[in-house]
Design a binder for this molecule. Structure first.
Ligand code: F0G
Length: 457
């Protein structure tokens, strides 16, 4: 078997800063033991997110120069609109400055008190936007998706029986729309099968409930379908992606993921009345409908990125390099969410650090230690991000305690990843010495961004 290589050469480089262990300990203390609060400059390998961190191609940078900055009717908008429409098939293409802006607009219209939004798993911003509107966000992951240890092909799937039951119990009138996140980010970047998207569409369709895709990582999802689902091996990723969108009535997209740009997003949909209301909000909060929250040059870069993302050499390298990291860790006995996801490896902190109780946030402790030991920034996706309190202020923990190593697109090479593997293994060897953390300050929504912690001694 031949090595799968990066399908690009590097034209422009950015130095990274090396720090000592003592320096990193001081950086952590100054950042209140929250990796969102430390300067990125102090990070050696930044795996906090794959969002907005992609390296753009020479053609995208050329598009930046070609960008038409006219207020209305810019050429760049038409190129963007044409590309997104060709890919998704939706009638109305509304540019926003990022994914959550599309969510905010959608749920300001569709959400509200007494409404319920089901999803295979809401991402944190989606959940926050649903809840901010007064509606309730409900996660309905399939059973395999709840078990971090057993590999399965499509652990991102929606629990179809659960959704049917949910619709019966809540009543279709209280469910303005159903979301489906591809790939399922909160569940570890696991894909959703075409069969599951289709069956969800049929169930929603029978009940008159529109289906929206949260399509941030649609290309990675389509590639998994090609690789894993019978009947798709010979199809192009682009045609698989088009079929995925064909079952939906609309989509929100953070272009910061699978459009390979540093900023951007869109809301796309078929319903004329909904689109009219969405554009009215857009004008107040984002901008005129032919630029939304973006510059013309951003629209050019997105259109170009959407062409590049469905390249199958790129996707083969992308999925394989994440898998490589996962395989090496598993071989050394490190507990990860199985199988590797499309954009990330998720360390299973509950198993990695079984001696740290959930209310001392094992995921947070592990991500801090990875920084201390290796200068690597990861993200806790566990009870810091998704925990709630009951009436007595007791923590209701998240379903899983994960630490996500998200891999930016086209940024790091195999030796960077080998270094990450060495650092994780070093932390793993010394894991019994690690202690938890407690929260000393937090915000009511999206607390993981700003919470301050202290070490439990
Ligand atoms: N939906 C999903 C599934 C996401 O992963 C994200 C962002 C969003 C919506 C919101 O998009 O950031 O452009 O406003 N996820 C990033 C992450 C932040 O790190 O996973 P945005």
């Amino acid at each position: 078997m031949k090595t799968i290589i990066e399908p690009f050469k590097i034209k422009s480089v950015e130095p990274i800063k090396f720090t000592t262990l003592e320096e990193r300990e001081a950086i952590l203390e100054r950042g209140f033991y929250n990796l969102f609060l430390i300067p990125a400059e102090d990070v050696l390998i930044d795996l906090l997110t794959d969002s907005g961190t992609s390296a753009m191609s020479a053609d995208q940078w050329a598009g930046i120069m070609r960008g038409d900055e006219s207020y209305a009717g810019a050429r760049s908008f038409y190129r963007f609109e044409e590309k997104v429409r060709a890919l998704t098939g939706f009638r109305h293409i509304i540019p926003t400055h990022q994914g959550r802006a599309a969510e905010k607009i959608l749920f300001s219209i569709a959400g509200g008190k007494g409404k319920y939004i089901p999803n295979n798993s809401h991402f944190d911003t989606t959940r926050a936007n649903v809840e901010f509107s007064g509606a309730e966000a409900v996660d309905l992951p399939c059973d395999e998706g709840k078990d971090p240890d057993t590999p399965a092909d499509f652990k991102g799937n929606m629990d179809l029986e659960g959704l049917a039951r949910f619709i019966r119990n809540i009543g279709r009138a209280n469910i303005p729309l159903c979301m489906m996140t591809v790939t399922n980010n909160s569940g570890g970047g696991q894909p959703v099968s075409m069969a599951n998207i289709k069956a969800t569409r049929e169930l929603c369709g029978r009940n008159g409930i529109p289906l929206f895709l949260d399509a941030c990582r649609f290309a990675e999802n389509a590639y998994f379908i090609k690789r894993r689902e019978p009947g798709f091996a010979e199809r192009s990723v682009e045609s698989i992606a088009r079929e995925m969108f064909s079952y939906a009535d609309g989509a929100t997209m953070s272009a910061k993921k699978d459009a390979l740009v540093n900023m951007g997003g869109f809301l796309a949909l078929n319903d004329d009345a909904l689109a009219l209301r969405a554009r009215n909000i857009l004008i107040v909060t984002e901008g005129f409908p032919t630029y939304g929250g973006l510059a013309g040059r951003d629209l050019e870069a997105i259109a170009q990125g959407l062409d590049e993302i469905v390249d199958e050499h790129y996707l083969e390298y992308r999925i394989r390099s994440v898998e490589y990291l996962g395989e090496r860790l598993v071989k050394a006995g490190v507990p990860i969410l199985q199988p590797p996801g499309g954009h990330a490896i998720s360390l299973n902190a509950r198993k990695f650090l079984p001696h740290i109780p959930v209310d001392q946030y094992p995921g947070q402790a592990l991500s801090l230690e990875l920084f201390r030991v290796g200068g690597i920034r990861s993200a806790e996706i566990g009870s810091v991000m998704f925990g709630r309190y009951d009436r007595d202020k007791k923590l209701i923990p998240a379903r899983m305690e994960l630490v996500r190593l998200a891999i930016p697109r086209r940024v790091y090479t195999q030796s960077h990843i080998d270094y990450v593997i060495e650092a994780v293994l070093e932390v793993y060897r010394e894991r019994e010495k690690l202690r938890g953390v407690r929260i000393v300050e937090e915000a009511p929504l999206l607390r993981h961004f700003t919470a301050k912690f202290e070490k439990v001694v």
